[in-house]
Design a protein around this ligand. Sequence first.
Ligand SMILES: [Zn+2]
Length: 123
Amino acid sequence: MLGRSLLKRCPRCGHGGLFTRWFQMAERCPGCGHVFEREEGFFLGAYVINLAIAQGLVILLAIVPLIVRLASNPDAAIYPFVVGGLVGAVVGPVLLYPWSKTIWTAFDLMLRPASAPEPTDRT
Ligand SMILES: [Zn+2]
């Protein structure tokens, strides 16, 4: 299930084409009809995943290299690390946005399998 989400596919059935645009996820899976937003505020978890990834990227691209560099040369320029931090904080979440939604959907389906009809199910 998580593997399917890492491929930007429906975690439930593996069908692709979930995004009409980079930031626009389909309301339902075109394959199995699963309604992705199972309740109001459902995708808050996706934003948390995206935020955690962004923080990890900032640590990896800016903070750790800056500490290592300043330890060996206290007069080193910091602008490359600021650029690295901006890439991690701004570009990373934009690029990873679709995966944050599919990964969150997979986590949710692992914890709450979609076996019974849900209030958001419409036919
Ligand atoms: Zn599906």
